[in-house]
Design a binder for this molecule. Structure first.
Ligand code: G
Ligand code: G
Ligand code: MN
Ligand code: NA
Length: 254
């Protein structure tokens, strides 16, 4: 109960910040984008990680205004990088189920892009399989409306959910992100290596870009590179970093 009260106040009190984790293209070695990851610096509770407050934000409905703030802040920041001439990097924002179910989502996206004067294709929305598979017909309509704003759509944590493959062709998805649980034990785990190779091939055969999450070692990156994975996001390249450090990460790789 106490945490809920803090959470409600926290948006107004500007206690949230975003960290950005770079993604690297394996073919060019360049940074193609970053994923925005929310942090709550609470005066009362200290630094709170999303796993400790997103579920509560979902339960209480705070996720809708909080998610709107994340969209606005990520778009504002992305437009700033663009204006600074730091290269064409896209910002990816995680959506949660409560936001995806909210009729206000489309307006929040349009407002965030508009306010930042950011073209839609610099924003990517990360969805999960379970979010879209709960009501597939409705999700299909909703996703095509979102798509018309020019944003990219990706499936996060791919392989951990329903893994119904039908939706990959029925929905206007641009990318899949292989969940880091599959990457962790490659190349040693033959099973995980085979799954990863199969997801890369499947994604490509459907015309999707494939991103691997959570690569921490050179051996993992080498394996992914050999398998033709498009991009990697993981500690091997960078942990999530403050906005102020993104420019130099990007320029070091140009
Ligand atoms: O770095 P990490 O602990 O940030 O993130 C943990 C999880 O929290 C991730 O799986 C991510 O999906 C989720 N998360 C991070 N930022 C956001 C956000 O802005 N919105 C939502 N809905 N989830 C987020
Ligand atoms: O949205 P998603 O569930 O994919 O969130 C990404 C999460 O994965 C964040 O918590 C982020 O900090 C974490 N992460 C990103 N790269 C790595 C990595 O290389 N290793 C580990 N252990 N975690 C990672
Ligand atoms: Mn994500
Ligand atoms: Na993930």
């Amino acid at each position: 109960v106490e945490m809920e009260a803090h959470l409600r106040q926290a948006i107004e009190n500007r206690e949230f910040t975003l960290r950005y984790q770079p993604r690297v293209c394996l073919a060019t070695n360049q940074c193609t984008g970053v994923e925005a990851l929310l942090r709550w610096q609470s005066p009362a509770l200290g630094l709170v990680m999303p796993s400790d407050f997103i579920p509560l934000a979902e339960e209480t409905g705070v996720i809708v205004p909080l998610g709107a703030w994340v969209l606005r802040e990520a778009c504002r920041q992305s437009a700033e990088w663009l204006a600074a001439g730091g290269g064409q990097i896209r910002v990816a924002v995680n959506l949660s189920a409560g936001q995806f179910a909210s009729p206000d989502l489309l307006d929040h996206i349009l407002e965030a892009l508009d306010e930042a004067h950011l073209p839609g294709d610099f924003l990517e929305l990360e969805l999960t399989e379970s979010m879209v598979m709960r009501q597939p017909e409705q999700a299909a309509r909703w996703l095509s409306s979102l798509k018309q704003t020019g944003v990219r759509l990706s499936i996060d944590d791919f392989g951990t959910g329903y893994s119904s493959l039908a939706y990959l062709t029925r929905f206007p998805i641009d990318l899949v992100k292989i969940d880091r649980s599959f990457i962790r034990d490659i190349p040693d785990s033959r099973g995980d290596a085979q799954i990863t190779s199969a997801v890369i091939a499947l994604g490509h055969s459907l015309g999707l870009k494939v991103i691997a999450e959570g690569a921490e070692t050179q051996a993992q990156v080498d394996f992914l590179c050999n398998e033709g994975c498009d991009e990697v996001q993981g500690y091997f390249f960078s942990r999530p970093i403050p906005a102020s450090e993104v420019g130099s990460f990007v320029s070091r790789r140009q």
